[in-house]
Ligand binder design. Structure first.
Ligand code: ZN
Length: 359
């Protein structure tokens, strides 16, 4: 059986294109009479961006905390809030303004508005039954590819697993990429998040589950990432636009990751570390598994003058090391993608714990 692959419906790229959001949303308001729901990174509360959005008095603005990764609990909470507000009405659109956490929150809440049950019921592949409301993504941070990927990643604390809602219904219908929005991102955050595209694309093309389209997208995203992070100023106007495009392509290429993302998921689950920086720590101890990418990454860190402070796993308890190992090794598909079915012989508990201790 061949898979019938879906891409994002519409996208707009260019400096200042946020000014066209009002027209795009206006068209939706003509199709559906319900209100719009805006998911906005709490960072923007009270700032110019929010004042410039086409919010009407009957709409809902939900400020989403991006300090931690989305969890099944946080997503269920936001879904309940939005459901209460809508009172059965069908929203004309859900909109997301922020980085991957905000975009993924919007995607997952969307699925829960049209499907019964809780977030954890849909963690996995092809579990969502009914189409979600129309969704618009406006990334204010580039790199995770959440704007184009078909997953919404959430941490399930009770089950100690980080897993997405993988479904065509999770995808956005419209994406707006305005590089002006990333001009004021702190440099460290820009790097940690931006490099995520490079990570999941090289994991994909060095794996064994491949296809030509995904490889082509991933190769271009890697090429752009190298141009950006090996240049002198990763945040120049040109590079910020390039990173938006790399992230966009990388999200479409997000198929199967390799060893970086499982190790990174361990850090997010146990130490509540943000995804981007967790990837950086993961690759920093995988020099034997990804030698070429490890070398490039070290050069990028140095060139952009980004620090990765050592000692993050120092002094953890045995239980915490065990939890880190378990939250890593549970990702069988990605690990076997790079290391083959016998990945447990390489990534023994001792081997994995030793890597965490070196971070
Ligand atoms: Zn990632």
């Amino acid at each position: 059986m061949y898979r019938n692959a879906k891409n994002v419906g519409y996208y707009m790229i260019g400096k200042g294109c946020l000014s066209q959001l009002g027209d795009l949303l206006g068209a939706r308001r003509k199709v559906r009479s319900g209100p719009a729901v805006f998911f906005v990174d709490r960072f923007f509360e009270g700032r110019d961006l929010v004042a410039s959005l086409p919010v009407e008095s009957r709409d809902l603005v939900v400020y989403v905390d991006a300090a931690a990764e989305p969890t099944t609990e946080s997503v269920d909470g936001y879904a309940a809030q939005v459901r209460d507000f809508l009172g059965g009405a069908e929203p004309c659109a859900l909109l997301a303004f922020g980085g991957g956490s905000i975009l993924d929150t919007c995607k997952c809440v969307g699925n829960l508005l049209t499907n019964p049950g809780k977030a954890e019921d849909y963690q996995g592949w092809e579990l969502v039954r009914h189409p979600a409301p129309y969704k618009i993504a406006v990334p204010t941070l580039s790199g995770t590819g959440a704007e184009t990927s078909r997953t919404g990643i959430i941490c399930n604390e009770a089950k100690n697993i980080k897993l997405g809602m993988n479904s065509d219904f999770t995808m956005f219908d419209q994406v707006l990429l305005d590089p002006d929005l990333t001009a004021t991102v702190p440099r460290n955050q820009y790097f940690y998040t931006g490099i995520d595209t490079y990570m999941h694309c090289f994991e994909s093309i060095t794996g064994s589950y491949r296809n030509v389209v995904v490889d082509s997208l991933a190769e271009k995203a890697i090429d752009l990432s190298k141009q950006i992070f090996l240049s002198r100023d990763m945040m120049s106007d040109e590079n910020r636009e390039k990173l938006m495009i790399a992230s966009f392509l990388g999200g479409m290429a997000a198929g199967f990751v390799g060893v970086v993302h499982p190790v990174s998921a361990g850090l997010s689950m146990v130490l509540h570390m943000r995804h981007g920086i967790a990837n950086c720590y993961a690759l920093s101890v995988l020099e034997d598994i990804y030698p070429e990418q490890y070398r490039d990454f070290m050069t990028m860190l140095e060139r952009q003058d980004i620090e990765l402070p050592a000692g993050i796993c120092r002094g953890l308890t045995e239980e915490q090391y065990t939890a880190l190992y378990e939250a890593t090794i549970v990702h069988e598909k990605p690990l076997s993608n790079r290391l083959g079915p016998d990945f447990r012989n390489i990534l023994t508990k001792e081997n994995v714990v030793e890597r965490f201790k070196r971070m």
